[in-house]
Write a protein that binds this ligand. Structure first.
Ligand code: SF4
Length: 336
């Protein structure tokens, strides 16, 4: 606590003005995203939606468009759904169990919000905390098994600061490679340091490389615009605009794209030249998207997609687009 009081990161907007709403927004944003990356997005987001009521009243499209560039859009959908659940219930949950019932709120986030925003004496465990505590105790168990250790350490009355102190320590000193043990406030208590093998903890399961998947995308031009379609709410990039594309796991090539397009967009297509390949890594796959110029007749009649827009690729405006689609648009512009 003494170390935290001296070294805490003060200039974080969600720490300067904590509270259930800002803490919830920051926790959703910080899942999978670094603090520095999240900062400008957080400020824009709370400027536009300052409280649960304004977020709950907003259309999902607008929320997704503000989220564009942060990735992992299910977080935005869950945050929006959580705001609607809070407004419908008339109050913010005041227990860990109640928090867990909000869409997208897992054990880590429930513990973090309960301790930081509600002042409750509860632990939480994220990657940073798991690393610090595993090293402190030279504990070789999985992250799920670190929770009992985390409970042991929670100081009455300052759980929120304690949890944030462990997170800060894990992200600044007890880092995965070459931890700075010599300046660590836990050094004299740390078993892994005493044994001279801090990097042996935590013991992580072997990493599997995400599989490579090939996909085919259609660049359907009309004048200076191309067709973007809105993906169904469920599934990959749900609710976002994108080029129409389909997986091609069996390397069937342009004929597969032609058949799929005709089924999905209800008009006959000719598939022409290949523009290039966009590569994009997601947590669960490495995607290679081949862009093909196509020609179709008439207006699209949508089957799975929920909307279609003829869009200037250089100016997609406020449309919520995943990073993959932005990369694809850049290639379309470069090859025009
Ligand atoms: S002494 Fe080293 S290994 Fe132990 S908690 Fe501190 S930084 Fe981590």
């Amino acid at each position: 606590m003494r170390w935290y009081d001296e070294h805490r990161r003060r200039h974080l907007p969600w720490r300067e003005e904590p509270g259930p709403y800002r803490t919830l927004v920051s926790e959703f944003m910080l899942q999978q995203t670094r603090v520095e990356t999240a900062l400008p997005f957080f400020q824009r987001f709370v400027d536009r939606f300052p409280d649960f009521a304004s977020l709950a009243a907003a259309p999902l499209d607008e929320v997704l468009s503000l989220w564009a560039g942060l990735g992992y859009y299910s977080r935005a959908r869950n945050l929006h759904a959580s705001a609607r659940a809070v407004v419908a219930a008339g109050s913010f949950p005041d227990t860990v169990e109640g928090l867990r019932a909000l869409p997208g709120v897992g054990p880590y986030m429930a513990g973090a919000i309960a301790s930081i925003a509600l002042g409750q004496d509860v632990p939480t465990v994220d990657g940073n905390i798991a690393r610090v505590l595993s090293r402190l105790h030279a504990f070789a168990g999985s992250r799920a098994k670190v929770w009992p250790l985390a409970s042991l350490h929670v100081p009455p009355g300052r759980a929120g600061d304690h949890n944030q102190a462990l997170m800060d320590l894990g992200s600044s000193i007890c880092v995965p490679r070459k931890p700075a043990c010599m300046i660590c406030p836990l050094r004299t208590h740390c078993v892994a340091h005493a044994e001279g093998r801090p990097e042996a903890f935590p013991v992580l399961p072997p990493k599997r490389r995400a599989p490579r998947r090939r996909a085919l995308a259609a660049v359907w031009r009309r004048g200076d615009t191309i067709l973007l379609v809105r993906r169904p709410a469920e599934g990959l990039f749900g609710g976002l605009y994108d080029l129409p594309w389909t997986f091609d796991d069996h390397d069937a090539g342009p004929s597969a794209l032609q058949r799929w397009l005709t089924e999905e967009l209800g008009v006959p297509f000719e598939v022409g030249a290949q523009l290039g390949t966009v590569r994009h890594t997601l947590t669960h796959m490495r995607l290679e998207l081949q862009l093909h110029v196509v020609e179709g007749e008439g207006e699209p009649r949508l089957r799975s997609f929920t909307a279609a827009r003829w869009t200037d690729p250089a100016a997609p405006g406020e449309l919520g687009l995943p990073t993959l689609a932005r990369k694809a648009l850049r290639m379309v512009i470069a090859k025009s």
